[in-house]
Design a protein around this ligand. Sequence first.
Ligand code: 8GT
Ligand code: MN
Ligand code: MN
Length: 336
Amino acid sequence: MSKRKGTGDSENPNHDLCEFLTELADYERNVSKNIYKYNAYRKAASTLSKLPERVKSGAEAKKLPGIGEKIAKKLDEFLKTGKLQKLEEIKKDEGNVVISQLARISGIGPSKAKELFDSGIKTLDDLRKHPDKLTHHQKLGLKYFEDFEKKIPRKEIEEIEKILKESINELDEKYVITICGSYRRGKEESGDIDVLITHPNYTSGKDSKKQSQFLKSVVQCLEKRKLITDTISLGGTKFMGVCRLPSDKKGPFRRLDIRLATFDQYYCAVLYFTGSDIFNKEMRAHALDKKYTLNEYTLKRLTPEGVPGDAEPITCEEDIFKIIEFPYKTPEERNE
Ligand code: 8GT
Ligand code: MN
Ligand code: MN
């Protein structure tokens, strides 16, 4: 998971509109804690970021998916005046500004950000003087704040992918490794690196204690190769940490997530971790319409009473689309 969800580059003719929608989204998530509105603004920004031409009016935008009356009105106001009164008001309040800033730190959510503000923290420097207020994760988030805000160029992830695959397969050639997230969706830059791994001997239903070594040995191996520099957290199936290209001692530190999926559930996991999260929501909703329940582990048929049955056998991502009769989309087409 990465924190800043950009909406298009400078080539996007609706760049400024996407930007204010994203600012509103961040405000709803970080300050109001209204996830519903957060998602609505993000969906609208995502729709506009894919338009090849500049939007002329709110009325025109309203015909597009995810743009209703209220957002259309805001678009009109911005198109007419070049700004948004609501956003101006939000920015006048110091609490809003500080809480939004603090919530950008990895490991700090809206509640923690508010708690810190209420305890008198106004800036990152204030926070640096009070490490006692922070967890291990939050300390690393603060330490690498500037680096984690930087986008990761595709070229760099390609290099990291090579090192990952070489080192992990040296450990055991049977590991299967896929970098998911925005990278798999073909993006030119990413907020973090989302790695998914599995191994044929790691399957659901086996003794999970014995299996908890799989991820640990992978992490150890990558530490030895000087790719992993810090661990935020390490469980049996999920690693969160920090990495840097060993060849680039001056380069930025990057957020790295590694997930271990069981071999039989690999494709549901690949689908889930490829995202985007908006696309995942749409696909899960479609599955429900077709009386199936889909998550990062399995796809299961629902009885008329809504009780999930056995996991459907899945041999590739396409199977999942086919079973729920959802037109297949390549990863590049999932940038919703
Ligand atoms: P990015 O370039 O900003 O990193 O874009 P991304 O790669 O699409 O986003 P991400 O936040 O790294 O999430 C990638 C996938 O991981 C999403 O599809 C989502 O389903 C899944 N995911 C997690 N953990 C979390 C989480 O804590 N929050 C969210 N929103 N998604 C998560 O694995
Ligand atoms: Mn991630
Ligand atoms: Mn990501």
